[in-house]
Design a protein around this ligand. Structure first.
Ligand SMILES: NC(=O)c1ccc[n+]([C@@H]2O[C@H](COP(=O)([O-])OP(=O)(O)OC[C@H]3O[C@@H](n4cnc5c(N)ncnc54)[C@H](OP(=O)(O)O)[C@@H]3O)[C@@H](O)[C@H]2O)c1
Length: 339
């Protein structure tokens, strides 16, 4: 085992207007692999998950998240294997995940960086599946579709960023429920993936052509449910095409994270459509996690649900991969494999 621990640290404050961090904000620090004290474990990270939240943690969100000071190690969803343990509840070889330092090695006393117990693996599923389909990604998709959108058989369901991590699962769940699915994504390759791999009935490239008329032809009777990851002009185009009593499950608004000028203009159309937008924060729906994991796992095992991941190889790929989600360079959930 190497005795050097590489850590991604905040090298300088971010000066960008939007959330996406500049490449210079990412720096590497090398330290000796830390020694263990009684009650601790040493985790060797295998995977980092790239999410907009990592950028928010570094930049801070006024009133909610204090920015990570310069020199601090990046933190994000990471998973790995216990390589040595002085903790009675963990053995060498156990795989765990949680909010952890983005480093080769992390010391833990059984809790993650947010103070939550490290997550163990649901038997029968890989570390990746535990972290993605049975983790926040799958849970967001499940909650947004089933708890918020609640589509009925045959409803027109639109998913934005449908070729992304959460979107790809949301789209497939809607299809499994017997809905007519319309995925929105950037570029012809992603649209083909939506149709050919994920079974979308329609796929619309929001970067090419008029999205309002594209949605009108894809759903002439209107959109019953939208699962929104994007906000801004994409949400606006859906609001124009909302069916009576249509609903938007707002999972996120990535088009606004890197563009503070982003606005949604058409919310007044909700009045005439008797429409509704409801946001959700997945961790506030803990009561459905167990059922959600059972159903998501069942769909995976029966082959009805595909786990779409985009894996970059190598520790050094962190800045490029973490930034890439703002440019749409990922198809599926963006991961970085470390070891
Ligand atoms: N509610 C919750 O509890 C919760 C928890 C976690 C994450 N989220 C949110 O869920 C959303 C999806 O997250 P994810 O991690 O699964 O990301 P992701 O979908 O895997 O990646 C982001 C995708 O968004 C699209 N995108 C980026 N900038 C865009 C823009 N300006 N306009 C339109 N599309 C754009 C890109 O796809 P294209 O190539 O198609 O443009 C990109 O691939 C995010 O908004 C995130 O903040 C919510």
């Amino acid at each position: 085992m190497t005795d050097i621990n590489r850590q991604w640290v905040v090298a300088q404050p971010s000066r960008s207007e939007g959330m996406c961090l500049e490449p210079e904000v990412f720096g590497v620090k090398e330290n000796p692999v830390p020694g263990l004290e009684e009650g601790q474990i040493l985790i060797r990270n295998k995977l980092f998950v790239c999410e907009p939240l990592v950028h928010a943690m570094v930049k801070g969100v006024p009133g909610r998240i204090d920015p990570l000071p310069v020199g601090t190690v990046f933190k994000g969803h990471a998973g790995g294997v216990v390589v040595s343990s002085l903790h009675p509840d963990f053995a060498e070889g156990d795989e765990v995940h949680g909010t952890l330092d983005w480093a080769d090695f992390v010391i833990s006393d059984g809790l993650d960086a947010g103070g939550a117990p490290l997550s163990r693996l649901t038997p029968g599923y890989s570390l990746t599946t535990n972290m993605i389909t049975l983790g926040m990604t799958g849970l967001c998709a499940y909650i947004g579709v089933l708890e918020i959108g609640k589509p009925k058989l045959g409803d027109n369901v639109v998913v934005s960023a449908a070729a992304g991590g959460i979107g790809s699962i949301a789209l497939q769940i809607a299809k499994l429920l017997g809905c007519r699915t319309i995925g929105i994504a950037g570029g012809p390759e992603k649209c083909e993936l939506l149709r050919e791999e994920l079974g979308a009935d329609e796929a619309i490239d929001y970067k090419n052509g008029d999205l309002v008329s594209g949605l009108a032809s894809a759903a002439p009777k209107g959109i019953d449910v939208m699962f929104d990851n994007v906000g801004g002009s994409v949400l606006d185009a859906v609001l124009v095409n909302l069916a009576p009593f249509g609903r938007v499950a707002m999972c996120g608004g990535i088009s606004g994270y890197d563009n503070p000028e982003m606005v949604v203009r058409n919310t007044t159309l909700l009045t005439q459509h008797n429409g509704m937008i409801q946001g959700f924060w997945y961790s506030d729906y803990e009561q459905v996690f167990s059922d959600a994991r059972d159903r998501l796992g069942g769909w995976l095992q029966s082959g009805e649900l595909k786990e779409l991941v985009d894996v970059s190889q190598g520790f050094e790929k962190v800045p490029e991969s973490a930034r890439g989600i703002f440019a749409g360079s990922n198809a599926g959930k963006q991961l970085v494999q470390i070891s």
